[in-house]
Structures are given as structure tokens and as C-alpha cells.
Design a protein around this ligand. Structure first.
Ligand SMILES: [Zn+2]
Ligand SMILES: [Zn+2]
Length: 324
């Protein structure tokens, strides 16, 4: 029997490549919990009095996040949110049922909403609209989905008095985001993706990513240990995922496999060197303009926000054929 490298007592069950050690189930769980706890503390993600809305997709990352926060926080201060995107063949009852199982186990409130209920349209509606309008270079489903989900999360958070929105982005996701922004030379986004950056409008609720220092392979192990039979059907729009992110993802996987621990080193390094920029940028306190249609904050130099532009496409499509 190979014993755990941490407790030196129980049998080792999992290999943590990045730390070059074999660990037992208990030590693995404790390691993840303490790493998330440290991340929350290091970036002041959750303070006393905060109410946290946890966006749960039904995938392994968000289920892991929900379970970890339930173990670390007062469960009355957590609300889980499932957003049904309106993608036919993808949104399954079982995914919501699994989230419900976890929330009941911990006594956490669980809200289920559909994009259609809240904003009037789902992802399929948007894709059909672009087809109908024969848009020459159509936007990806992920673009609409991302913007619509963020809008819904923010408005529900405001409605229920949540002061933070937590999402299940893991270490791999966050390093990819940093690299994309660096390659694009997008300093504004680079700073915004730092965990200490503050939202630029009072109506925007701060988003936090407590799994920022947990590898994707570790969330898979965690979900497996907990017996979460998470959603493994791929979104039918997966081939529309941004290609740059996919390329960077496979590049990073290759680097990590040759030199385990690289991604963890990289995010630790980038979080440290970008921090002074965040603090400087924060002082300049940019106030975002308001969208003339919906009144929500929009990007500098825009009069109508991206969300309203996308919804307008759907409205245009619905008029096609009616006008003659
Ligand atoms: Zn152990
Ligand atoms: Zn708008």
C-alpha cells in the first residue's frame, strides 16, 4: 500500500501532479478547502455581512464551488442560482435536480430562472434570429449566452440583496483569461480580471472566483469524491467557442504536463505583479456611461450597451416577414 504523503497514515488515492505528491481522500479535501479559504482571505472576496449568490451551471466546477462555500460559510448567507439558457437538447432537468440535492443537503436557498423569463429570450432565439436576418458574420452563441447570463446574475443579485456573485471559474480558466488579455494587449481587461478589481458602477455586483487557485483536474476529483454525477453532455454550440481560448487551453495543458505546477506559479506571479496596477487604476475611478435604452452601465464611448444591441437583433428578426 502506498501511504498518503501528507498524513503518512491512510492509503494514497489521488496524485496531485502540481505538488508531486500522492494523497488520501481526506487530505485531498482538506487541501482544496484550505486553498479556497486562503484565496478568499488573500483577495478579501467575502467579508462578514456579505450575502453570496452562487451561479451554478450543473457542471463539476460550479457544483464543487457550491459545496466548498457551503462548508466554509454560514449557509443562510448563500443563495444558489440555476440559469436555464434555452438551448434545446442541452438544458436537462437532472442538472437542476442535482443542484437541488446539494442545496437541500446544506439548507441553502435555490433559485431556478430561465433566460426567457427574465430577459424575454433564450440562446436558441438569438441564434435563430441571426439565421433569419442572414447576418454575414454571426456572433457566437457563447457571446449572447455570456452577456445574458451576466445580466441575469446581476439583476437577481440586486433583487435578493446579494453583495457578491460567485462563479466556478478554476485555475485553468483564469490563466487562459490572463494570457488572452496579455496577447491582445488589453490592459483594461487584464486589470479587470484581477480578483481585487472593483466594479465600475454602483449597480454592478462584484463577481468573485474562489476556485481561482484550484486546477481543473482537482475540481474533477472533488466532484468525483462527493459523488456528484455532473453534467457531461457538451453544449451543442461548443464548436463556436472562441478559438483563441481553445488554442491557449491546449498550449497550457501541454506546458503543465511537461512542467507540473507551472499554471499555479503563473497565476500567483501575475496576481502579484498586476496588483499595483489595479490599485492605481481604482484611484482613477472611471464611471461608466449609462445605456440610453436600458439604463444599465455600458462600456466607455458606447451609448447603447452590448446586451441591448443583441436584443435588438432578435426584435429585428421578429419583424421580418411581418412588414411584408
Ligand atoms: Zn492523508
Ligand atoms: Zn442597454
Amino acid at each position: 500500500m502506498i501511504t498518503c504523503d501528507i498524513c503518512k497514515a491512510r492509503p494514497a488515492q489521488f496524485l496531485q501532479h502540481h505538488a508531486k505528491r500522492r494523497v488520501c481522500k481526506t487530505c485531498f479535501e482538506n487541501d482544496i478547502l484550505s486553498r479556497v479559504k486562503d484565496t478568499i482571505k488573500r483577495f478579501n472576496m467575502i467579508s462578514e455581512g456579505d450575502k453570496v449568490l452562487v451561479a451554478v451551471s450543473g457542471g463539476k466546477d460550479s457544483l464543487t464551488l457550491l459545496d466548498i462555500l457551503a462548508n466554509l460559510m454560514d449557509n443562510n448567507k448563500i443563495v444558489a442560482l440555476s440559469i436555464v439558457e434555452g438551448i434545446s437538447g442541452y438544458n436537462r432537468e437532472e442538472d437542476v435536480a442535482l443542484v437541488r440535492h446539494i442545496t437541500r443537503m446544506h439548507g441553502i436557498d435555490h433559485l431556478v430562472v430561465t433566460l426567457k423569463d427574465i430577459i424575454g429570450y433564450g440562446v436558441d432565439d438569438f441564434m435563430h434570429a441571426q439565421q433569419k436576418l442572414k447576418v454575414r458574420s454571426p456572433l457566437s452563441a457563447c457571446t449572447f449566452c455570456g452577456i445574458a447570463r451576466r445580466r441575469v446574475m446581476n439583476s437577481i443579485a440586486r433583487e435578493i440583496g446579494a453583495t457578491k456573485i460567485a462563479t466556478g471559474h478554476n485555475l485553468d480558466d483564469e490563466v487562459q483569461t490572463y494570457i488572452i488579455n496579455i496577447l491582445r494587449g488589453d490592459i483594461v481587461r487584464l486589470i479587470q480580471s484581477h480578483p481585487l478589481s472593483a466594479p465600475h458602477a454602483p449597480s454592478l455586483i462584484k463577481r468573485i472566483k474562489p476556485l481561482r487557485y484550484v486546477y481543473e483536474y482537482e475540481t474533477t476529483i472533488y466532484a468525483y469524491i462527493k459523488g456528484f454525477h455532473f453534467q457531461d453532455t457538451e453544449c451543442p454550440y461548443i464548436n463556436q467557442r472562441p478559438t483563441l481560448r481553445a488554442k491557449i487551453r491546449s498550449m497550457l495543458i501541454e506546458i503543465e504536463s511537461k512542467a507540473p505546477g507551472t499554471l499555479l506559479n503563473l497565476i500567483t506571479y501575475l496576481d502579484t505583479v498586476i496588483e499595483p496596477l489595479v490599485l492605481k487604476y481604482q484611484k482613477e475611478s472611471i464611471t461608466l456611461p449609462q445605456c440610453t435604452k436600458c439604463g444599465e452601465p455600458t462600456s466607455p464611448k458606447r451609448t447603447v450597451c452590448k446586451f441591448c444591441t443583441l436584443v435588438d437583433l432578435i426584435l429585428q428578426a421578429s419583424r421580418v416577414g411581418k412588414d411584408g
